[in-house]
Design a protein around this ligand. Structure first.
Ligand code: HEC
Length: 166
């Protein structure tokens, strides 16, 4: 690799580190969320509305899907590949930031601490592979989410039975 290309490749990584290093105080936090919020307002809000609730029958609400989908690989891929996300003019990095901002700000489902943030690399990997059938993919992700929720509920139930003194 020639030195110029190496330097160029290093710039975004350095910026990324700087943003996270600074993002500790309240003022810095608001600066870190400013860009994704504006990106959402300019690129997504027209259809999804300010609170992500969408428009019944036309644009699905984002409020119930972001957190459950972000917790399984197929759901994460869907969130990246859905046309509104994959075909926007936002860069991969800005897209990852918008998804992470949406999870924190537009979800009715509480965000568990183990939800892994989207990364630039993850967006880059999936956004260029188009979904052939959005509705079918969404339905299959929802089935996976439902299966996981019920198996979690079963294991919680059996754990509490184990612990029961009777
Ligand atoms: C022109 C209207 C429009 C714009 C702009 C738009 N979306 Fe969407 N979005 C939709 C529609 C309609 C769907 C339902 C799936 C489909 O038909 O593509 C959807 C689906 C989604 C979903 C999946 C929700 C689900 O329940 O399946 C996500 C996540 C999403 N959009 C995020 C975004 C983000 C982020 C942006 C901005 C970068 C954006 N959208 C821009 C209309 C839009």
């Amino acid at each position: 690799m020639n030195p110029l290309r190496i330097r160029r490749a290093m710039v975004p990584a350095a910026t990324f580190v700087a943003v996270f290093a600074v993002a500790s105080g309240p003022a810095a936090r608001s600066a870190a969320t400013y860009r994704p919020r504006v990106d959402y307002q300019l690129n997504c809000q027209g259809c999804h509305l300010a609170d992500g609730s969408g428009e019944a029958g036309r644009v699905p609400s984002l409020r119930g899907v972001l957190v459950p989908f972000a917790q399984i690989p197929a759901g994460r891929r869907y969130l990246i590949q859905v046309p509104g996300v994959s075909e926007s003019s936002l860069s991969d990095r800005a897209t990852a930031a918008v998804l992470n901002w949406m999870i924190q700000r537009l979800s009715d489902v509480p965000v568990p601490p183990h939800v892994v943030p989207f990364t630039t690399a993850e967006v880059a990997r999936w956004r260029r592979i188009p979904l052939t059938n959005v509705a079918a993919t969404r339905a299959s992700v929802q089935r996976l989410v439902a299966a996981q929720t019920s198996s979690r509920a079963r294991s919680t139930a059996s754990r509490s039975t184990d612990k029961s003194p009777m």
